[in-house]
Every structure is written in C-alpha cells, then in structure tokens.
Design a binder for this molecule. Structure first.
Ligand SMILES: [Zn+2]
Length: 132
C-alpha cells in the first residue's frame, strides 16, 4: 500500500520504476473539479500540470519518491488559476505528510534521532558537513 491515508481510487498510477536504487512512482489525482476562489464557479478545466518530486519514505528497505503531476486549474469564467490541493504534502515541502508522521511516531517510540537519520539515509557526518 503506497498511502495509508489515501484510498487507491483517489489517484491514478502511471508508472513505477527504479532510478538509482530509488523506487519512483508517477501519480496523478483523479480530477474531481475545483471551486474558483474568486468567483465561486465549480469547474474541471486544467491549464497545465507540474511535476512535484516528493520524498515518501514509507519502506525501511527501499527509498521511494513520488512524482506527483499536480494540476493547475483555470476558471472558465474569470480566468483565475489555482493549484490543485492534495493529500500528499503541505505547502512548500518536499517530504510527504505520511513520511513526517511516520518519523515523528518512531521518534516518540524510540526517542532516538538515529531513526530520523535512517529514514533520510544520512549519516551524522553528512549533516555536520551541511551545517558547517
Ligand atoms: Zn473564477
């Protein structure tokens, strides 16, 4: 199961492949429409898609990346554009909400920051180098 918090009928899986040892999964949410934030018109008009790369580390043995094709809707009445809301990530992050939740749960359970490092396959020295 790719997402524990999302029903598989809510998204379309396009492709799965391994790139440099990382499982890459291309997905798109089903188009359920959008209500314009300016004029309130409900529509399904898509202007374009943008691919967001999301780190989704739910498997301990396999790094996973989600390539999410996010819609940009355009209102047929007023022309206002708006990005599709999604259940994968909060704004301006590249780590899935589920990954963050899993990390916090593990940290609470073990109270140990090494779990965090394992999720991101960083060593203590990688982080020290980045911060110095
Ligand atoms: Zn509108």
């Amino acid at each position: 199961m790719l997402f524990s918090n999302i029903n598989e009928e809510e998204f379309e899986l396009y492709e799965e492949f391994i790139r440099s040892g990382t499982l890459c999964v291309e997905i798109r949410l089903k188009n359920r429409g959008h209500r314009c934030v300016d004029c309130g018109t409900f529509h399904t008009n898509v202007k374009e898609y943008r691919t967001k790369t999301i780190r989704h580390s739910i498997y301990a043995s396999q790094p996973c990346t989600i390539l999410y094709h996010q819609r940009r809707f355009i209102c047929p009445k007023c022309g206002k554009t708006c990005m599709e809301t999604n259940p994968f990530i909060s704004d301006n992050t590249r780590i899935s909400d589920q990954t963050i939740e899993n990390i916090l749960t593990d940290l609470k359970r073990y109270n140990n920051c090494h779990i965090l490092l394992l999720y991101f396959r960083y060593s203590y020295y990688n982080i020290r180098e980045k911060n110095s």
